[in-house]
Design a protein around this ligand. Structure first.
Ligand code: ATP
Ligand code: MG
Length: 400
């Protein structure tokens, strides 16, 4: 008998001939998660095995209950994973299967006060002599005989016992942890993600990551108008995001010259629009260098003056890449709930100012046209400003 984490994945199974690539990326990311959880994949028997429709992580025989759930928790943060269950693998034999199921049921009754259960049997091993309903009926009867506190409830059981009869043995499991779903990071190419210290952009990055995008974080920093602590906040946000999946090094771009030039050289009510267009230009340059295919922002339709459809269009016109806005249709409350779940909320709400709150006029234009924006920046040395900002970018290695 050996112990495994049985990993279910969702959409990946639907990807036809691409499936091996998806699976390999998922295995790679699971290994990374196990490694940062101290699980040392490859060593100590922690090996990820692939089988039809599932992955199985072999656990070291000496791993205690707390260790098993800790590793399961790490895998449950990997994008692409739908569920993770600690499982026992026993032989292809009703007696062995029953012993494992009875053991699980007994523990659940003693530990969690479980009273009803249901067996969920899958039989991918077509050579096994019993059908799935026959396996369920036999094991169910034996569980009830051995654990008289339990009765069957097919509709709303306290405990579901999974039994998967496969080629290499039978996997038996009880409680499972839900995963975040989505696609493994690395499946959908690269994008440059504009990250402020606010609530929204880290959530936008998380959502892009969940769809498989590698997001290169880019932060505009207006020292000394914004402090060292504002910069540190972004570094800390990236570290949280990195616990969900690989986040490349943070790029910190000096933004002070652009901001002061825009303040002094553009009509006040168009400052924000022009400043954002400058961000787009710098990000476009970075994206080309990073072999990225898109930009990601935390913009949400109508949230502030710079996020009306007219503003978004005028700003995006300065970008050479599609701008992805995962939060476009979310309300603030939904974004906040997500930020709490991700673990970025408490950092985002620290008070240190971001450059966007600098030099903001009392009455910004809410519907700036592209033509007005272009006229407003006619007197600026746009290329020179972008050039110097890009040249000053500092690479901050991810803290893991
Ligand atoms: P956030 O909470 O992400 O700051 P927000 O609702 O406060 O978003 P804005 O401040 O208008 O909105 O910024 C819109 C988007 O522009 C941000 O989500 C982010 O993608 C980008 N952005 C804003 N400020 C910066 C910055 N200093 N560095 C990098 N990107 C930024
Ligand atoms: Mg902001």
């Amino acid at each position: 008998m050996s112990r495994f984490l049985l990993v279910r994945y969702g959409e990946i199974a639907l990807k036809g001939r691409n499936r091996p690539v998806f699976e390999r990326t998922l295995v790679h990311n699971i290994n990374r998660a196990l490694e940062s959880a101290g699980g040392r994949p490859g060593g100590r028997g922690l090996r990820v095995r692939s089988m039809p429709g599932r992955l199985a992580v072999q656990l070291p025989p000496q791993a205690g209950e707390a260790e098993v759930w800790r590793l399961a928790g790490a895998v449950a943060r990997v994008f692409g994973v739908v569920g993770v269950a600690p499982a026992l693998r026993v032989g292809l034999d009703q007696d062995e299967i029953a012993r494992a199921a009875v053991g699980l049921a007994g523990e659940a009754v003693a530990g969690e006060g479980v009273r009803t259960f249901k067996l969920e049997v899958r039989r991918s091993n077509k050579a096994y002599p019993l059908t799935s309903p026959e396996v369920a009926a036999d094991i169910g009867r034996r569980v009830i005989d051995a654990v008289p506190e339990l009765s069957v409830d097919l509709h709303d059981p306290d405990l579901r016992i999974g039994v998967e009869v496969r080629e290499d043995g039978t996997y038996v499991y009880g409680r499972s942890l839900p995963g975040p779903g989505g696609l493994p990071v690395g499946m959908s190419g690269r994008a440059v993600a504009l990250i402020s210290g606010g609530i929204d952009s880290p959530v936008a990055i998380w959502m892009a990551m969940r769809r498989g995008v590698v997001t290169v974080p880019l932060h505009f920093w207006s020292f000394p108008f914004t402090s060292e602590r504002a910069r540190q906040k972004v570094i800390d946000l990236c570290a949280v995001l990195d616990t969900w999946g690989p986040v490349p090094d943070l790029l910190v771009c000096p933004f002070t010259e652009i901001q002061t030039t825009v303040r002094d050289g553009c009509p006040e009510e168009l400052r924000v629009t022009v400043m954002r267009r400058m961000m787009m230009r710098v990000a476009t340059r970075v994206a080309s260098e990073e072999r990225a295919l898109a930009l990601v922002t935390g913009e949400s339709l109508g949230q502030v003056a710079s996020q009306t459809l007219e503003s978004l269009a005028s700003i995006e016109a300065a970008s050479g890449f599609p701008v992805l806005r995962p939060l476009l249709a979310l309300d603030k409350e939904e974004i906040i709930a997500r930020a709490r779940q991700i673990g970025t909320y408490d950092i985002s709400t620290l008070p240190y100012e971001d450059c966007c709150t600098l030099f903001v006029p009392d009455h910004p234009r809410t519907r700036p046209s592209r033509r007005e924006a272009e006229a407003a920046e006619a007197g600026l040395d746009v290329d020179g400003l972008v050039e110097r900002a890009v040249a000053g970018i500092e690479r901050v290695p991810a803290t893991r």
